[in-house]
Design a protein around this ligand. Structure first.
Ligand code: FNR
Length: 384
């Protein structure tokens, strides 16, 4: 772990460790990956203001979100199949999130079930929900999230159908991994991962098994299964239905325009996530950092605004807050860390992001993360 100094190092290391189909599933985006690329590269379009001779010896990186105090202004985005990257990956990640006092989100498409996760640790986590074709099944997931005392429901609204990821199709991605000749060769070439995964304690495939036991789910062809389960007839009335069912905090994830942000507010949510699903859905849509400020202005503090997509450093977190986000989530960086070394990899990731934030804030003359605004940037109008 010592040679790892930034998120890109974690990415490279995870590539060495994982079977190709798993790395590609995690790392890739849809179609030409234009949106995936710009999610990160657009952060480079924003410049900081350097401020000197300010006493910043006492710093605060803590931030509150939906009435709860967190130690850092970022948390873990929902990502499917996390338990395939490291044994009991979701359980390991929740423990890390609890110790670091940051939010953790369990994906609908996770290996560990909601109940198993809740049993493993009393730290309240967020549950991410997709509205499936079978509304009875969807309702049952909401009730289970309530029973598992999830502290927020993250309703993902940008997946009425799946954006195509060429690499997943070419790799024949399936769960469990389909043993094509290429997959066998590739997996045998990763004995460390094979050995590591043999230590998985929770082999029930919790959530995933149940989801795949829905009509058309046969544990193969993840992309085909997704196509059969996701529902392109969903609309804002379904969101209102979920709002009535779910008694706790509701976060709507996948908003990318001011118009939809207003609709999300009208549907009664507590927060929105400005997200394009990490460039895995509509390729050609704008990056989240370039969309953020217009949305934040339209929201006008009526609900809290969270940003995900492309964050690869503490500097990116600062730029997100400056452009109007109240909080951030990281997706791939979390999986890179998990795949590299489980808890040690996650500690490394959070340490990197925290140190990058602290150092940059020092050099920007900033004491408190809550003071970050557009004034901290040299050219905020680039994306305003
Ligand atoms: C995701 N994402 C996602 N989102 C969601 O709502 N439910 C899910 O199950 C998943 N699964 C998933 C798997 C993988 C491998 C990735 C990379 C992403 C999207 C995720 O929550 C988040 O929006 C993006 O990952 C943010 O972009 P970055 O941080 O990965 O650049």
């Amino acid at each position: 772990m010592d040679i790892v100094t930034n998120v890109e190092d974690l990415r490279k290391l995870s590539r060495k460790k994982l079977p190709k189909s798993l790395f590609d599933y995690m790392d890739g985006g849809s179609y030409n990956e234009k949106t995936l690329t710009e999610n990160s590269s657009d952060f480079g379009e924003l410049y900081f203001k350097q401020r000197v001779m300010v006493n910043v010896s006492q710093k605060n990186l803590g931030r509150s979100l939906m009435g709860r105090d967190y130690a850092l202004p970022f948390g873990i985005a929902p990502t499917g199949l996390a338990g395939l990257y490291y044994p009991d990956g979701e359980i390991v990640a929740l423990k890390a999130a609890a110790d670091w006092n940051i939010p953790y989100t369990l994906s609908t498409v996770s290996i560990c079930s909601m109940e198993q996760l809740a049993e493993s640790n009393p730290y309240p986590y967020w549950f991410q929900l997709y509205i499936m074709k079978d509304r009875g099944f969807t309702e049952m997931l909401v009730q289970r999230a309530q029973a598992a005392k999830c502290s927020a429901l993250v309703l993902t609204v940008d997946l009425p159908t799946s954006g195509q990821r060429h690499k997943d199709l070419k790799n024949g991605l399936s769960v469990p991994l389909r043993m094509t000749a290429a997959n066998v060769l590739n997996t045998l070439g990763k004995p460390g991962w094979l050995f590591q995964m043999s230590r998985t304690r929770n082999r029930s495939f919790g959530n995933l098994k149940e989801i795949l036991s829905q009509p058309n789910g046969n544990m193969t062809g993840l992309a085909e299964w997704c196509a059969s389960q996701y529902d392109d007839s969903i609309d804002w009335r379904d969101v209102e239905w979920i709002r009535r069912l779910w008694k706790g905090k509701l976060i709507i994830k996948g908003v990318l325009t001011p118009e939809d942000a207003r609709k999300a507010i009208d549907s009664g949510c507590d927060a929105i996530v400005v997200s394009n699903h990490g460039g895995r859905q509509l390729d050609g849509v704008r990056s989240t950092i370039s969309s953020l400020n217009r949305i934040a202005r339209a929201v006008d503090k009526q609900v809290e605004v969270i940003l995900d997509g492309g964050i690869r450093s503490g500097q990116d977190v600062i730029k997100s807050l400056a452009m109007g986000a109240d909080f951030c989530l990281v997706g791939r960086p979390y999986l890179y860390g998990l795949a590299c070394g489980g808890r040690a990899g996650l500690d490394k990731l959070f340490t990197i992001l925290k140190n990058e934030m602290e150092t940059s804030m020092t050099l920007m003359g900033l004491k408190d993360v809550n003071d970050i605004d557009m004034q901290c940037l040299d050219n905020p109008l680039r994306f305003a």
